[in-house]
Design a binder for this molecule. Sequence first.
Ligand SMILES: [Zn+2]
Length: 193
Amino acid sequence: MSKLLNEVLDANGEYAANFGDKADLPMPPGRQFAILTCMDARLDPAKYAGLAEGDAHVIRNAGGRASDDAIRSLVISYKLLGTKEWFVIHHTDCGMETFNNEIMGELLSGSLKTASVDESGWHDCCEGDGTTDGKFIEWLTISDQAKSVLADVERIKNNSMVPADIPVYGYIYDCKSGKLIEIPEATAAGRAC
Ligand SMILES: [Zn+2]
């Protein structure tokens, strides 16, 4: 068995041994809110937003972008599970700022192996076969974090399935301090009405 798999299963054994009354948690989030945020390994929404099991929905993807699939989850979150307030939280030093659709398409064309990055950008190792399929995907990369938070809040608010009375708050998590920094234009765009 891989070392990592062992570590994860050991950690889970300890977690389950102290599971306590979490077995009785209801499915709907107790604090009735949802967070859309980046998958970046440095971000722990449970810690940065003070969540316990059962509190909130956390929807994560690369960049914390309001993709069609993120909106699918948010709609389920309120329509079936009763959340009433949502956060869009991007972050400083996001990997999604380091490439664009063209770069990703080229990297995948060169090879399927992990690329490397340095001051001059991304480089493919050029081992093995690549694919042109990556050239047909919108990767939802980011060139300006404040603008991407605003764009995502607006995209969510403008969706016909999202009721006007759900406020959407726009924030950037600062990887250097752990602080959440509001993007006022985004929160304004996300006002409930
Ligand atoms: Zn990120």
